[in-house]
Design a binder for this molecule. Structure first.
Ligand SMILES: *Cc1c(COP(=O)(O)O)cnc(C)c1O
Length: 371
């Protein structure tokens, strides 16, 4: 058996007719940039999230940058984010002119550590970017409380957490704004780059929309200089065709995670994901923690099982951030996890026998190492 890490083709084949029709209609209508598909997607996504505004943009990196820029964040400011994330969470801080500040993560949840986060707040901190990594929502009660206490914005990075929930609230609806990526491999994926911002703040919504469209809400009336960050019609139509299925696909991921949990719980050498209480983890990634990561990964590769690491180097230790001069003791958990985390194959269409094969192979590996 061969188990891919993700297989986007299976999802396409399961809804081929509606995707093909969506693509055809966009071409028929030559609605390539802006237009009805983009408007419809924004309206539909906002409705599903129960928010006033959805502003589509080119990708999930731009959405973070646009939100910060329109909140007035810039030179001299500080923004805090998690040490273990994709670089978009921190590079966009620098893009505004502000300084990225990292906080360590929790061993159990792989999300930002609240104590370290509070310790990193200074009078220059303008925002916190909690990253709901792997589909696990951060401790939003505590983060929102800190935001209020120190008057700093909370911007949720939801690139890996479409339709995740914390105490009944959807991830992305709790802070001033939520930032989404629709990169093909994400839980809701386009067939190219795409992203959006959601918010209930009317003023922020208008500014973001304007900034992403060259500073003009009305053609040729540029109130300011902006950037070009648009969602194209093809991507919008593809996303629209996927929306009716996204909640089922999310449930399927949760079911796959439960299967892994069932098959892996007996293996003492690995720690399976811990889901935060009162929350809905949507398992963009299924990350196990084990001392013997590299050998296990190699063994699974021989068994034709594709795995991945999210992420092999924590952000503060990237060459890009060498200038900040951090050492291993600064982020003990993120540093420790680098060599222990392993993401197993997960996607809505993975079969039970594939999950079984992965789990069985992991069990076999540890049986062989302990004799
Ligand atoms: C994917 C991702 C992004 C960026 O999204 P793009 O659409 O690729 O620009 C931002 N943050 C996190 C945590 C991500 O996983």
């Amino acid at each position: 058996m061969k188990v891919p890490f993700v297989d986007l083709k299976r999802q396409y084949l399961s809804i081929k007719d509606s995707i093909d029709l969506a693509i055809e209609s966009v071409i028929d209508n030559t609605a390539f940039i802006g237009g009805k598909y983009v408007n419809e997607f924004e309206a539909e996504f906002a409705k599903m999230y129960g928010v006033k505004h959805c502003i589509s943009c080119a990708n999930g990196t731009d959405s973070l940058y646009i939100i910060m820029k329109m909140l007035g964040i810039g030179t001299g400011d500080e923004v805090i984010t998690a040490a273990n994330s994709w670089i978009s969470s921190s590079e966009t801080i620098s893009q505004t002119g502000a300084n990225p500040v990292f906080a360590d993560v929790d061993y159990n949840f792989l999300t930002i550590n609240i104590q370290d986060l509070e310790a990193k707040i200074t009078n220059r901190t303008k925002a916190i970017i909690p990253v709901h990594l792997t589909g696990q929502v951060c401790d939003m009660d505590k983060i929102l409380e800190l935001g209020k206490k120190y008057s700093i914005h909370v911007i949720e990075d939801c690139a890996q957490s479409h339709f995740s929930e914390f105490k009944g609230h959807k991830a992305g609806t709790m802070g001033i704004a939520g930032s989404f990526s629709f990169y093909p491999g994400k839980n809701l994926g386009a067939y190219g780059d795409a992203g959006c911002i959601i918010t209930n703040d009317n003023q922020l919504a208008e500014k973001c929309r304007m900034y992403a469209r060259h500073g003009a809400l009305i053609k040729h009336q540029h109130k300011m200089e902006g950037i070009n960050s648009r969602l194209d019609g093809l991507q919008a139509a593809i996303l629209l065709a996927k929306l009716p299925h996204i909640l089922k696909w999310t449930d399927d991921r949760i079911r796959v995670a439960a299967l892994y949990e069932r098959y892996l719980q007996e293996i003492k050498q690995i720690k399976t994901p811990v889901v935060r209480a009162d929350s809905k983890h949507t398992f963009h990634l299924y990350v196990i923690v084990t001392e013997d990561r590299n050998n296990l990964m190699q063994y699974l590769k021989q068994k034709n099982i594709e795995t991945a690491i999210h992420y092999p180097t924590a952000l503060p230790y990237m060459e890009a951030y060498q200038y900040l001069g951090y050492n291993r003791e600064d982020f003990p958990v993120a540093s420790d996890l680098e060599s222990k985390i392993l993401s197993l194959p997960i996607f809505p269409e993975i079969t039970e026998s594939e999950v079984q094969y992965v789990a069985q192979s992991i069990a076999e590996y540890f049986e062989s190492t302990t004799g």
